[in-house]
Write a protein that binds this ligand. Structure first.
Ligand SMILES: NC(=O)c1ccc[n+]([C@@H]2O[C@H](COP(=O)([O-])OP(=O)(O)OC[C@H]3O[C@@H](n4cnc5c(N)ncnc54)[C@H](O)[C@@H]3O)[C@@H](O)[C@H]2O)c1
Length: 469
């Protein structure tokens, strides 16, 4: 099929590359000329594992083009994905101005040569499908209203996670599509290779051994829009729940990670998203919960659970500062090193990153903040010139002369750190492990005064014993 993807951010670029890999002919369009120029050179504008390889494989297989010009792409397309940003307004409401602009320009580009499906892949509040339809009609304009320009609107929320976006797109847990019968028929055809898993996996991104096919859930437009918000709200709440319980564990002398392992083995609960830590961040959870709360309020409903999810998460970031105060008493004039800046490993995305929140708070308290992130140092320097941190090129430089280290992002490469060497370089070897990433005994043996999150003083690794078969 011929496809246009509007917006070449985390979602649009990955979606475009993967659909091209499956054999569709894709044109990705963005208003940001610098991004398009980089993509035309085969460079990914974001750090995302395997994305650059997928861009070149997609170009070889289905065909993948990049442009700042929307009209020709839309006219040649059967399916047009909208994957533009929907950032929060100060009220919490989603800013739909990018979506609105995209819908209008789709309308003004359409002709009557074929039936087209316009797909909302951006996370948008309930009712946005109807809004897109109205704006496309507005874009078509009264002058061309008699041309019988045929189109349908689908909601196809995206569930990929940054850091594993390519694998998540090729091997998703499910595909959700909302729309009418004619629209769903086109979307079924589009996703057939993914649903049936009939493609050869790209190098480095193997198919999970248990995967035979992908469930395709077809729903009403409104349900599909709601599913995305409900999924993100649940995941954020699950993390918040783990943190709440872990905070109680710490006070009563229980080990938070052991308790989480104990409840996670219950198949009704599941082990994922139960790791106590400094809380979630990123571009989606906070904004999506705010947007859902806004929608609920519009309908006269106030959700205490969703509000509490946001509060619990903000308080959790403060936990690190409390722990530093418990260890160092006076923070003013101290030097604290942050291990990791990105909101999670394997991405350079800094949107709503806990590390930046913690850095801001510490600097307000008169602390000198140093930071080391294997990937996101440069993005942070560029995007947050207001944060006067010292960026370090190595973990050793970070540890030198620091009064404490705080692990905020659990990059895999931190497993290879020589903890004894780092401890030896510090003013005082205090380690606040904001992700319960290190094995406490190992950190303590290396000379650190170690604290995790939700861990009592009897620090030890979680052990789950199973009978070997
Ligand atoms: N990032 C994620 O992990 C993720 C996961 C699932 C869903 N989502 C949702 O997907 C949507 C996109 O997120 P993202 O992280 O990819 O955003 P992003 O900010 O990385 O990218 C959005 C892109 O859209 C472009 N754009 C804006 N207006 C445009 C227009 N009129 N025409 C063409 N291009 C335009 C911007 O220049 C930008 O490159 C959001 O609604 C988000 O909530 C994101």
């Amino acid at each position: 099929m011929r496809i246009t993807v509007i917006g070449t951010g985390y979602v649009g670029t990955v979606t475009g590359a993967c659909l091209a890999y499956l054999g569709h002919h894709v044109t990705c369009v963005d208003t940001d000329a610098a991004k398009i120029a980089r993509l035309q050179r085969g460079e990914s504008p974001i750090y995302e594992p395997y994305l650059e390889a997928m861009l070149s494989l997609g170009a070889e297989r289905g065909g993948l083009a990049f442009s700042t010009e929307i009209s020709d792409a839309v006219r040649a397309s059967d399916v047009i994905f909208i994957a533009v940003g929907t950032p929060p307004l100060p009220s919490g409401e989603a800013n739909l101005s990018y979506l609105e602009a995209a819908a209008r320009s789709i309308g003004s580009s359409m002709d009557n040569s074929r039936f087209r499906v316009i797909v909302n892949k951006s996370t948008v509040p309930v009712g946005s499908g109807n809004l897109v339809e109205a704006l496309v009609r507005e874009g078509i304009g009264e002058a061309r209203a008699g041309e019988r320009i045929r189109f349908g609107v689908a909601s196809n929320p995206e569930f990929l996670r940054e850091g594993s976006a390519v694998a998540d797109s090729l091997y998703p847990d499910r595909i959700v599509v909302g729309g009418d019968a004619a629209t769903l028929a086109v979307m079924r055809q589009l996703y057939e290779p993914l649903v049936a898993q009939v493609f050869t996996p790209p190098p480095g991104v193997p198919r999970p051994s248990s995967m035979i096919s992908v469930p395709l859930l077809t729903t009403s437009l409104t349900s599909a829009e709601m599913i995305k918000y409900a999924a993100n709200a649940f995941l954020a709440m699950k993390i918040g729940f783990a943190n709440e319980i872990a905070n109680i564990c710490e006070r009563v002398g229980a080990e938070g990670p052991e308790v989480m392992a104990g409840i996670g083995l219950d198949s009704r609960i599941g082990a994922k998203f139960l790791n106590p830590g400094v809380g979630w961040g990123g571009s989606c959870f906070g904004k999506d919960i705010q947007s859902l709360l806004h929608t609920a309020r519009e309908y006269g409903y106030s959700s205490k659970l969703l509000e509490a999810s946001l509060e619990v998460n903000t308080a959790q970031r403060q936990m690190v500062i409390q722990k530093l105060q418990e260890k160092l008493f006076i923070l003013k004039g101290r030097t604290i090193g942050l291990l990791g800046l990105a909101f999670k490993p394997d991405t350079d995305d800094l949107r709503d990153a806990p590390a930046l929140h913690i850095a801001e708070r510490l600097m307000q308290m008169g602390v000198r903040v140093k930071a080391y992130d294997p990937i996101a140092n440069r993005a942070c320097r560029e995007q947050r010139p207001d944060l006067k941190m010292r960026y370090c090129d190595t973990p050793k430089e970070l540890a030198s002369g620091a009064d404490a280290l705080v692990l905020v992002t659990e990059w895999r490469e931190f497993h290879n750190l020589d903890l004894a060497e780092l401890a030896g370089l510090m003013n005082s070897p205090i380690l606040i492990d904001g992700r319960n990433f290190f094995v406490p005994e190992t950190a303590i043996a290396a000379g650190f005064d170690y604290s995790g999150i939700g861990r009592c003083t009897r620090a030890r690794a979680v052990r789950v014993e199973t009978v070997a078969s």
